[in-house]
Design a protein around this ligand. Structure first.
Ligand SMILES: Cc1cc2nc3c(=O)[nH]c(=O)nc-3n(C[C@H](O)[C@H](O)[C@H](O)COP(=O)(O)OP(=O)(O)OC[C@H]3O[C@@H](n4cnc5c(N)ncnc54)[C@H](O)[C@@H]3O)c2cc1C
Ligand code: SF4
Length: 566
């Protein structure tokens, strides 16, 4: 390992690999340290069984054969939050996951590993709503556009293809009186195909005799995005563009990047200097297999450990006090609704008798509403569908809650027992949507350190989120619009889950630009320390999925770092 480089990046998730690649392309030597395992790399042929190599510096190490073996598509093997490969924990699955204290009902859904949480993300890559940025952020929306364009071209991003579930959603949205949106810069409400970081299907996919196995170029619509995608001829050609297959291979190609998985950074090292005051000079880390501790030094350190772990690392490193470190957490307070359809209605609208939620990309159509948030359809494999739609609620069991008032949905809360079995029999005829609320930044929400409980990486994070009255109103309005779209498209039964506020899927804003960092994402109190993950966003972008904006900001920050320090 080269322990004296130009830049150290902490975390290889949504943001870290982007800034690493951008810097390395300008001949800057980068060391990228990642807490979790590396799938699809020959140096770690059995990443969950033994410690394998130390680091990788070449894209020759990448292997699609290994990735195909390791990403099995099996829900439990990949997505079980305790033992799955896509969990928040060390590579050794005999060890328990790392603890995050979420005192409310809920959990933080994040992943460790090269690719981070983009391994199981749906790859939806919309831009922020301009009205959530202009006159609100310390930089303008126009300033973001060239960086959006660069990331969109690099991933690349294109409109998602339709299958019956998307067609049904568009039909309902149109009947409900909404217009189709035909711009990336969304200013009005309406529906549109998802801008997706997924390679489009081969146009010959429906031709008789087209052999998918021999032509795995682009998405094959097989619906396992959330369980990891391994469809492609090479690692860098895999359809779903997690950073594992998009930015990491590009970073390695520069010859200027060394990447170490299984390496948890436990402290940011600093030094007081006469001219600059406190500045970052390196990191201390711990190997997750052996427990060995090491240090590496650099001219610049970049924190990209995610919106929970970046503030945790700041606090565990005892960096200067700032009331906004860890605070202001946005989580897009999610909700889920399902619509169940009769065969004859589907035949009337679509010409087919079911919509098969497992066919097609996991979330290929969306409805945007600046000022309220987002409704997005999703279709995943049955175990995940039943847990997201019917087993997650802040309302308790449906059968225990008496309905005293009229609602646009027929049921609300958890569905269990015989009724769950019955509803899952309708799985092929069930359309589902997720709601992301445009929630407000509140300094009382966020990440603190547990005062007593420590793991091998330091005091564990405590994450709390309480929505405001306005947040609740916005979420309810979105649920009403979603229920109307279901009805207009012919749903016979509409069920609302009503998720509790403590589920963190789009955690953002815990190290806000303008409060913890300057406009270029450099920490106000620690020079040469930058932030390049969801935590640095100023607000919830109006509701849109956050990763593209993190990646645009990381691209911008790379330019700023080069201009200032190299
Ligand atoms: C099921 C699901 C679906 C999603 N779908 C979408 C979507 O379609 N579109 C979208 O925009 N967003 C989606 N998201 C959210 C998206 O995954 C995140 O926005 C994105 O991954 C955040 O990037 P990040 O760099 O902030 O954090 P992460 O991707 O979580 O990366 C942080 C990385 O840092 C590593 N790390 C943490 N602490 C340390 C440490 N101390 N030392 C070393 N390494 C460390 C972690 O292991 C991790 O790899 C989804 C999330 C989930 C759970
Ligand atoms: S649907 Fe998802 S898992 Fe399947 S090929 Fe497309 S991106 Fe990959």
């Amino acid at each position: 390992m080269n322990n004296n480089v130009d830049v150290i990046v902490i975390g290889a998730g949504g943001g870290g690999p982007v800034i690493a690649k951008e810097l390395a392309e300008k001949d800057i030597k980068v060391l990228l340290l990642e807490a979790g395992p590396w799938y699809g790399n020959k140096n770690w042929p059995n990443p969950n069984e033994n410690k394998g190599g130390v680091s990788s510096t070449s894209d020759d190490d990448l292997s699609i054969e290994l990735l195909r073996k390791q990403f099995t598509d099996l829900e439990e093997d990949m997505n079980d939050v305790i033992t799955g490969k896509f969990r928040w924990g060390p590579a050794n699955r005999n060890e328990s996951p790392w603890d995050i204290n979420t005192p409310q009902k809920g959990f933080a859904w994040q992943n460790s590993g090269i690719g981070g949480t983009t391994l199981h993300y749906f790859a939806n890559s919309p831009r922020a709503y301009p009205e959530a940025v202009n006159g609100v952020w310390p930089i303008s929306y126009d300033e973001l556009i060239p960086y959006y364009e660069k990331v969109e071209a690099t991933l690349p991003v294109s409109p998602a293809p339709s299958t019956p579930k998307e067609e049904l959603f568009y039909y309902g949205a149109k009947k409900a009186g909404w217009n189709e949106i035909d711009t990336l810069n969304v200013r009005e409400p309406g529906y549109r195909p998802q801008p997706a970081a997924i390679l489009p299907p081969d146009p010959r996919i429906n031709e008789p005799g087209f052999n998918l196995a021999e032509n795995p170029v682009g998405c094959t619509l097989r619906g396992h995005c959330i369980n990891g995608c391994n469809v492609g001829l090479t690692v860098e050609g895999v359809a779903k563009r997690s950073t594992l297959v998009s930015y990491i291979p590009l970073a390695l190609k520069t010859g200027n990047v060394e990447i170490m998985p299984n390496t948890f950074v436990t402290k940011v090292l600093t030094q007081e200097t006469p001219n600059n005051g406190l500045q970052a000079v390196g990191v201390r880390f711990r190997n997750t297999w052996t427990g060995e501790v090491g240090e590496a030094h650099s001219k610049v350190v970049i924190m990209a450990a995610g919106a929970i772990e970046t503030p945790r690392l700041w606090l565990n490193s005892m960096l200067p006090k700032n009331p906004w470190v860890g605070k202001g957490l946005i989580n897009h307070w999610f909700d889920c609704l399902a619509g169940i359809y009769e065969e004859e209605d589907l035949i009337r609208v679509l010409g087919v008798s079911d919509i098969k939620p497992y066919v097609g990309q996991n979330a290929a159509a969306r409805f945007d509403y600046p000022g309220l948030g987002v409704i997005q359809i999703f279709g995943v494999s049955p175990g995940l569908y039943s847990s997201m739609l019917y087993s997650t609620s802040g309302k308790g069991y449906h059968f225990l809650s008496e309905k005293h008032y009229q609602t646009p949905w027929d049921m609300e809360g958890m569905i269990v027992g015989e009724q769950l079995k019955e509803f899952m029999r309708y799985y092929p005829r069930t359309l589902a949507v997720l709601i992301f609320t445009d929630d407000e930044v509140n300094i009382n929400n966020g990440v603190t350190l547990d005062p007593k409980i420590k793991d091998e990486n330091g005091f564990i994070p405590v994450v709390r989120y309480y929505p405001s009255k306005k947040d609740k109103e916005k979420r309810d309005k979105l649920a009403i619009i979603a229920a109307d779209i279901f009805r207009k498209s012919g749903a016979k039964l509409v069920i609302r889950s009503n998720w509790p506020p403590g589920i963190f899927i789009h955690a953002q804003c815990t190290m806000r630009m303008g409060y913890v960092t300057d406009n270029n994402c450099e920490a106000l109190q620690v020079k040469r320390l930058y932030i390049a993950d969801n935590s640095v966003q100023f607000n919830g972008l109006g509701g849109p999925n956050p990763t593209l904006t993190t990646q645009a900001l990381a691209t911008r920050s790379a330019e700023k770092i080069i201009n200032k320090y190299f």
